[in-house]
Design a protein around this ligand. Structure first.
Ligand code: PGA
Length: 252
């Protein structure tokens, strides 16, 4: 018997949106959220807007995520933000191991594992990102890379089934307009789920696997229709409330 996994649609604003623009966007998402009743909605504004946006969306079914966090609870880590600080600012989720963090900030699998443990320990729900580069795909190493990244967090995910989520984001599809085909995405999602099942059948059944990489209203129906795709992590298109909600409305 397969579990019904409620779709999860998350918007990663990245380093975009100042105060006025961000709050307008958050308010528009919260106001329009009724359109997407079939999905859980999460938005991840930059750190500077978390507290304001959290209060703007309070009372709606939109939750707020950090885009990153430090693995330590507190201390001398200039420029960093802890899990408790994210919670304090109104976050219930945090995106971890995004490929931009791995690529530009040197985040390793081990570090992403440590951050994931810290998030769970603080009661934050991690969305852990995995994905291969174009060179890795062309070398036939897609599953090897993705499952290795997953191995760094699988024990922690298994210790808190149904709390976290995993986002498969092929690096070559992020911000490039080159979306993975539904077949390519489904193949990796199925492999991720099968891999989770080796640790725990329950974990595999309940974990929501999001696809990310150039998701738009025009390709969302097909992607979200795949058996093992339970939602989306959306970058560029999440900066438009209209597009974000339109994608979410296609999730069933
Ligand atoms: P994109 O970004 O939708 O702009 O491709 C996705 C992501 O990086 O999460």
């Amino acid at each position: 018997m397969t579990t019904q996994r409620r779709p999860l649609i998350a918007g990663n604003w990245k380093m975009n949106a100042g105060n006025a623009e961000g709050r307008e966007l958050a308010n528009a998402v919260a106001t329009g959220a009724a359109r997407a009743k079939g999905a859980d909605l999460v938005i991840a504004p930059p750190f500077t807007l978390l507290a304001k946006v959290s209060s703007d969306v309070r009372g709606s079914n939109v939750e707020v995520a950090g885009q990153n966090m430090h693995q330590a609870a507190s201390g001398a880590f200039t420029g960093e933000i802890s899990a408790e600080m994210l919670k304090d600012a109104g976050c219930s989720w945090v995106i971890l191991g995004h490929s931009e963090r791995r690529q530009y900030f040197g985040e390793t699998d081990e570090l992403v594992g440590a951050k994931t443990r810290a998030a769970f320990a603080a009661g934050l729900r991690p969305i852990v990102c995995v994905g291969e580069t174009l060179a890795e795909r062309e070398a036939g190493a897609t599953l090897e890379v993705v499952l290795r990244q997953l191995d760094a967090v699988v024990a922690d995910l298994a210790a808190h089934p149904s709390v976290g989520a995993v986002a498969y984001e092929p690096v070559w599809a992020i911000g490039t307009g080159k979306v993975a085909s539904p077949e390519q995405a489904q193949e990796v999602h199925a492999a991720i789920r099968a891999h989770l099942a080796k640790t725990s059948k329950e974990l595999a059944d309940v974990t929501r696997l999001l696809y990310g990489g150039s998701v738009k209203p025009s390709n969302a129906t097909e992607l979200l229709g795949c058996a093992d795709i339970d939602g989306a992590l959306i970058g560029g298109a999440s900066l438009s409330s209209e597009d974000f909600l339109e994608i979410a409305a296609r999730a069933r």
